[in-house]
Write a new protein. Structure first.
Length: 115
């Protein structure tokens, strides 16, 4: 299970975080290729993680997007958006962010509490 978390975290780190209202142009095309080199759907792998492991993936995505959040306390699966898993990540101290994970492992913050 630790290897699964590491792989999901590594895929997110390699793919980076993009906001969906901005053009999604990877800074490094080979990073996206590497994240999906196994042919696996990283979004589905993240969905299969335990709540604790998934929350670690989400806090990383939120912090990489430079959004305020001390820790992801809970997360809930929402109705898919555009065929991708959608999650609400609830931060400790209040605030939440809606996040999708693409098959290549890119985390998209689709709803921000700071706007």
């Amino acid at each position: 299970m630790k290897q699964l978390l590491w792989m999901a975290g590594a895929a997110l780190a390699l793919a980076g975080c993009q906001e969906t209202d901005e053009p999604a142009a990877p800074a490094n095309a080979s990073a996206n290729w590497t994240a999906n080199a196994s042919g696996e759907d990283i979004g589905q792998r993240v969905a299969a993680l335990s709540d604790r492991e998934r929350n670690v993936v989400f806090i990383r995505a939120i912090l990489d997007a430079k959004l305020p959040c001390q820790a992801v306390k809970t997360s809930q699966r929402m109705e898919d958006q555009d065929g991708r898993p959608l999650w609400r990540a609830n931060c400790s101290g209040g605030g939440s962010h809606m996040i999708t994970i693409t098959p290549d492992g890119t985390a998209n913050i689709v709803s921000r509490s700071d706007r």
